[in-house]
Design a protein around this ligand. Structure first.
Ligand SMILES: [Zn+2]
Length: 323
C-alpha cells in the first residue's frame, strides 16, 4: 500500500487540505473557505479535515502516515503553536494547533510557517530540487522567507528564523508593521507596492494623469498592486518608479541574503510573482552589479514551479522532510 500524508495549508481566504504522496503527487484535495468569525471556527474546520481524510485514504487504498500543517503567521515549531498571526486570519494568536489536533488523531503532526513549507516544497519537488542550499521569497500581501542550508531548514531558536521580508534595505525608509524601517516588505509586498504607488500619485499633477489612474487618486483605498503591475506591464510611465523601487529593494535584500547564506538558487513565489518571469530576469540583471562577485554571480533566480500547489505540497512534505 502506497504511503501518503495529509497536508493542510491555512491561508487568509482558504484552507486547502489534501492527500499527497512522497513524490509530491496530490491524490485528493478539498478547499474550505477560512471562517472569518472566530479562531474556534477555524479549529472546527481542521477537526473536520483530520476526521474525514483518514477514511478517504482508506478508500483510495493509501496508507496515511502523518499530518503536516502550514500556516501564515509566526509559528513556534518546537511547541506546535501559532504565536502571532497575521491580520488576514481572525484572532490567530497563541493557538496550540498540534495539542488541539492530537485530541482527535494518533497520527504524528508537524506545524510550520507557510513560507517554510513553501521552501520545503520547492526544495523537494519544485524549482530548487537537486540543490542543497536555497532560499525562497514569497511575495504576497507581505514578503515571507524560507532558507534551506546544507539540506536543513534554518529555524533559529524556536522556529522564527527567515523573516527575510524584514531585512532593512533603507534605514531611513518608511515605517514597517514589524517596528523597523525600510524593510524589503514595505517596497516589494502587495501592500507595500500599493502604498508606495499612492504616495507617488499624491505628488503628481492631477491634470496630467490618464482618467483610469485619476480614479485611484480620488479613491486610493481601491488601489492594489494588481493595478500597479498592469500599468507597468502596459508601459505606463506612472508605475515605473514604484516597480523599480520594488525591484531595487528585492535586489539589495537578495544580495544580503546571498552574502549571508551562499545559496545556489533563490526561488521567488507567491501571488505577485505568478506569471511574471520578467521579475526574476530583472532581479538577476540588477544584482549583477551589486555585492561580492564570487557569491552573487553563480546564483540562479528562479520562479516557483509549484505555484498554487506549493503550500499544500510543502505542508504535506513535512512528514518526510522533518523526520
Ligand atoms: Zn519589517
Amino acid at each position: 500500500m502506497e504511503s501518503c500524508s495529509l497536508g493542510i495549508d491555512i491561508g487568509g481566504t482558504k484552507i486547502a487540505a489534501g492527500l499527497v504522496s512522497r513524490s509530491g503527487e496530490v491524490f485528493e484535495q478539498k478547499n474550505y473557505p477560512t471562517p472569518q468569525e472566530s479562531n474556534q471556527s477555524i479549529l472546527e474546520v481542521l477537526r473536520e479535515i483530520i476526521s474525514s481524510f483518514p477514511g478517504i485514504a482508506l478508500e483510495m487504498d493509501k496508507n496515511l502516515i502523518g499530518i503536516g500543517v502550514g500556516s501564515a503567521g509566526q509559528v513556534n515549531f518546537k511547541d506546535g503553536q501559532i504565536l502571532s498571526g497575521t491580520t488576514n486570519i481572525k484572532d490567530w494568536n497563541n493557538i496550540h494547533i498540534t495539542k488541539y489536533l492530537n485530541q482527535f488523531t494518533d497520527l504524528p503532526i508537524w506545524l510550520d510557517n507557510d513560507a517554510n513549507t513553501f521552501a520545503v516544497a520547492e526544495y523537494v519537488h519544485g524549482s530548487a530540487r537537486g540543490t542543497n542550499d536555497m532560499v525562497c521569497l514569497t511575495l504576497g500581501t507581505g514578503v515571507g522567507g524560507g532558507i534551506i542550508s546544507n539540506g536543513d531548514l534554518i529555524r533559529g531558536d524556536w522556529g522564527g528564523a527567515a523573516e527575510l521580508g524584514h531585512i532593512t534595505v533603507d534605514m531611513n525608509g518608511p515605517a514597517c508593521n514589524c517596528g523597523s524601517n525600510g524593510c524589503m516588505e514595505v517596497y516589494a509586498s502587495g501592500t507595500g507596492i500599493a502604498n508606495r504607488m499612492k504616495e507617488h500619485l499624491a505628488h503628481l499633477a492631477k491634470q496630467e494623469l490618464p482618467e483610469e489612474i485619476k480614479f485611484y487618486l480620488e479613491n486610493p483605498e481601491r488601489l492594489t498592486s494588481k493595478e500597479v503591475f498592469s500599468w507597468y506591464e502596459a508601459g505606463l510611465p506612472v508605475a515605473t518608479e514604484t516597480i523599480n523601487l520594488a525591484i531595487q529593494a528585492l535586489s539589495y535584500g537578495i544580495v544580503s541574503i546571498i552574502h549571508t547564506f551562499n545559496p545556489s538558487v533563490i526561488v521567488l513565489g507567491g501571488g505577485l510573482v505568478r506569471e511574471r518571469t520578467w521579475l526574476a530576469t530583472e532581479i538577476k540583471k540588477n544584482i549583477a552589479s551589486k555585492g561580492i562577485r564570487s557569491l552573487v554571480e553563480p546564483v540562479d533566480i528562479r520562479i516557483s514551479e509549484l505555484g498554487y500547489h506549493a503550500g499544500l505540497i510543502g505542508a504535506a512534505s513535512q512528514v518526510w522532510f522533518q523526520q
